[in-house]
Ligand binder design. Structure first.
Ligand code: FES
Length: 102
């Protein structure tokens, strides 16, 4: 098992195709990015403070632990943004050069 979340209910919604760092993934219509990404992988992003991978914490838009980016550079809070067909998500802030040196 490579994902953190396992879906147990609501499996009859329409499939949505998206990507995480270029890797294809699927979710269900109406999923938040957090549910979609953790349904396919173990984490959401790298911490900008160097303390490893992050997977969100509060799940309600308060902790700031779930920021992810689109391939176009838009920053999204994964726990309060809905996955859309064709979304290309990245797990590192491409503009934070100091972060990408690690
Ligand atoms: S998980 Fe806390 S803001 Fe998204």
């Amino acid at each position: 098992m490579n994902q953190r979340f396992v879906r147990l209910a609501e499996t009859d919604r329409q499939t949505v195709h998206f990507s995480i760092d270029g890797q294809p993934a699927t979710a269900l219509q109406g999923d938040t990015l957090l549910v979609a990404m953790l349904g396919a992988t173990r984490s959401l992003r790298s911490s900008e403070f160097g303390d490893g991978r992050r997977a969100g914490f509060c799940l309600m838009g308060a902790c700031q632990d779930c920021w992810v980016w689109t391939a176009q550079g838009e920053r999204l809070r994964a726990c309060s943004s809905e996955v859309k067909e064709g979304m290309a998500l990245v797990t590192r802030d491409t503009e934070a050069a100091w972060l990408n040196q690690a």
